[in-house]
Design a protein around this ligand. Structure first.
Ligand SMILES: Nc1nc2c(c(=O)[nH]1)N(C=O)[C@@H](CNc1ccc(C(=O)N[C@@H](CCC(=O)O)C(=O)O)cc1)CN2
Ligand SMILES: Nc1ncnc2c1ncn2[C@@H]1O[C@H](COP(=O)(O)OP(=O)(O)OP(=O)(O)O)[C@@H](O)[C@H]1O
Length: 191
């Protein structure tokens, strides 16, 4: 199936969730990640600030702060279509400048190199059982992952899992995907 059709179909399904269902499932998904040794051991976590209908990451970010972890969020560089991650210690250090996305205020936050991020939580719209993904189409994460050697995870609702997605040469799969009912690891699915 065409990438943009698959993206639109799944986004439409995600948008059908009501506020309660979205919040409850997000809480379960984030809770599962928080039990993962890769999360527990991470000193610095790279994560996006979610926007509905993405799996909510706000509570996860607060839990990172409580546990003394650094929270690094991406700033998009539009010309080069690259991203820089900056450490935020408060949601007040975010601003909306690009595509309704909450991004770090670069003057107020510390830049971190890819090798300083222990765990990168990779966003996406559709995920395959091999860990491949369809994002919002900016190619930002594909570019970042090309230079990133650390551990990756994704957070998704069950309805975002597809049998397969089109794979291009630049696509790099994530190590594992948490949903409200499943853990998908390197092509294996368990309950
Ligand atoms: N919450 C959240 N934040 C995130 C992402 C995400 O998926 N979720 N990203 C995940 O990657 C990055 C932003 N990704 C983007 C992906 C596509 C376009 C986009 O479609 N841009 C239009 C218009 C560009 C322009 O105005 O210059 C385009 O490409 O046509 C923008 C951002 C970083 N932050
Ligand atoms: N490593 C890369 N080097 C150069 N161009 C790239 C790279 N990765 C992706 N691109 C380009 O970026 C554009 C968007 O890529 P793609 O459609 O795979 O995005 P996506 O996976 O849906 O989104 P994202 O990675 O932002 O979540 C494509 O035109 C692709 O060719």
């Amino acid at each position: 199936m065409d990438k943009s059709i698959q993206r639109k179909y799944v986004l439409d399904e995600m948008n059908k969730m009501d506020y309660e269902e979205h919040r409850e499932k997000s809480r379960i998904i984030a809770g599962r990640l928080m039990e993962d040794p890769a999360f527990i051991q991470a000193r610095t976590v790279g994560v996006t600030v979610s926007a509905f209908p993405e799996v909510d990451t706000h509570e996860l970010i607060r839990e990172c702060w409580k546990a003394g972890k650094n929270v690094a969020v991406p700033k998009c560089l539009r010309k080069s279509r690259q991203m820089d991650f900056h450490v935020i210690t408060d949601f007040g250090q975010l601003e909306v400048v690009y595509m309704h996305l909450k991004e770090p205020k670069v003057g107020e936050t510390q830049y971190v190199k890819p090798e300083e991020i222990d765990l990168l939580i990779v966003p996406g719209v559709v995920f395959s059982k091999s860990g491949y993904r369809i994002g919002f189409g900016g190619g930002y994460y594909d570019r970042y992952l090309a230079d990133y050697a650390g551990t990756t995870r994704s957070l998704a609702f069950d309805l975002q899992l597809a049998e397969s997605v089109p794979v291009e040469p630049h696509d790099i799969p994530v190590d594992a995907i948490y949903t409200e009912s499943r853990l998908v690891v390197a092509g294996k699915v368990s309950g």
